[in-house]
Design a protein around this ligand. Structure first.
Ligand code: NDP
Ligand code: ZN
Length: 354
């Protein structure tokens, strides 16, 4: 039987979040039902809620940084038992048969992965997925993450998107101890990137557009903080960095960062500004900054997400979070847009009354 769910949804583009009752598909043999305790607010939720990338399907329940515990297991489930902590990130299904899926890179599934919200799920009668701003979620055990027992549940949820999205390119670019690296955009994703890079022993510079986060960057172990609004602070940084991660969600000039790469250096782009704010890279400027590499990165597969989670909990790497209640989502969205969050909002889903 279908599982009743209560969430916070936007019913149209301009309306506020409101309580919304819906159903999720019945718990299959290989699936689990998670009672959600905490749900992070990612800037992607905001882009999606506003239809900034493509038209959004309403009602829209956001949330792909989900932490809770298992309340029901299908009869073939082996990875979880009732009472275990469990997490959900951006990925909730994929074909399981293509070479990407078989290699644990479900985010690149050749039939297209199914994301946690706003997408038809062809593996479940094409129901439109609804995210984690809700009291529960039904998911195949394969796509659920095991949250270690000793994890700090209040802070763990943002690792499931912000954590893996920054951890994965750091691994892919093989950043190592002593490397001179940088993070552009010091928000939810960016501050976790700084923590991973500092833990690796890299020398980290942070780029952002505010004075408000200078001290926080230092506290997290960054060696330099650059407010890119101050032209004099950017001077002399050409060819300095072997790795730069850009998490910027607004229009900006990537060439600024490409020029800062040392020869052979890599710029990984994970920020996904609205379609109308997409940054452009000029071909000639790439030639002039020859032999620097630019690539995009999209979350990470399930095995790497589990690895990131175990590593983060074992090394006490968590986001800085502000816990809010379910009726504060609209206010929180505005504060993220205005750069007023330190550094991730997490909704206490138990504040959502049935
Ligand atoms: P946040 O809003 O928390 O952080 C963005 C940060 O970038 C803020 O600190 C902001 O500044 C800063 N910023 C804005 N403009 C500039 C600029 N021109 N130069 C330098 N810094 C700037 O967002 P998130 O970290 O949650 O998400 C970042 C982006 O990553 C989003 O576009 C999101 O959709 C995308 N994303 C991509 C994923 C992927 O798999 N590729 C996965 C998850 C998210 P301020 O201090 O003023 O706020
Ligand atoms: Zn996200």
């Amino acid at each position: 039987t279908a599982i009743p769910s209560t969430g916070m949804a936007k019913m149209d583009k301009d309306g506020a979040f409101q309580k919304y009752e819906f159903t999720r598909h019945a718990v299959g043999d290989c699936e689990i039902l998670i009672d959600i305790m905490y749900s992070g607010i990612c800037h992607s939720d905001i882009h999606a809620a506003k239809g900034e990338w493509r038209p959004t399907k309403y009602p829209f329940v956001g949330g792909h940084e989900i932490a809770g515990h298992v309340v029901k297991v299908g009869k073939a489930v082996t990875k979880f038992k009732v009472g275990d902590y469990a997490g959900i990130g951006c990925l909730v299904n994929s074909c399981g048969e293509c070479s990407y899926c078989k290699n644990g890179q479900e985010q690149f599934c050749s039939k297209g992965p199914v994301f946690s919200y706003g997408m038809p799920d062809p593996y479940n009668s094409s129901e439109i997925t609804q995210g984690g701003y809700a009291n529960n979620y039904v998911i195949a055990e394969k796509f659920a993450l095991k949250i270690p027992k000793n994890a700090d549940l209040k802070r763990v949820a943002p690792l499931l998107c912000a954590g893996i999205t920054t951890y994965s390119p750091i691994q892919f670019s093989k950043v190592k101890k002593g490397d001179t690296v940088a993070v552009a955009g010091f928000g939810g994703l960016g501050h976790l990137a700084v923590k991973y890079l500092v833990a690796l022993g890299a020398k980290v510079t942070v780029f952002d557009i505010t004075e408000d986060k200078r001290t926080a960057a230092q506290k997290m172990g960054a060696v330099k903080y650059v407010n890119v609004k101050n032209a004099h602070e950017i001077k002399g940084l050409e060819s300095q960095y072997s790795f730069i991660l850009s998490t910027i969600p607004q229009k900006y000039d990537p060439t600024l960062y490409i020029k800062m790469l040392s020869m052979g250096g890599e710029l990984a782009i994970v920020g996904l500004p609205a379609t109308e704010n997409q940054p452009m890279i000029n071909g000639a400027s790439l030639v002039y900054a020859a032999r620097r590499k630019v690539y995009g990165s999209l979350i990470g597969g399930i095995p790497e997400t589990q690895q990131m989670l175990d590593y983060s909990v074992a090394n006490n790497i968590y986001p800085d979070v502000e816990i809010i209640s379910a009726n504060q989502i609209d206010e929180a969205y505005q504060k993220v847009i205005d750069g007023k969050v330190q550094f991730r909002y997490v909704i206490d889903m138990k504040t959502l009354k049935k």
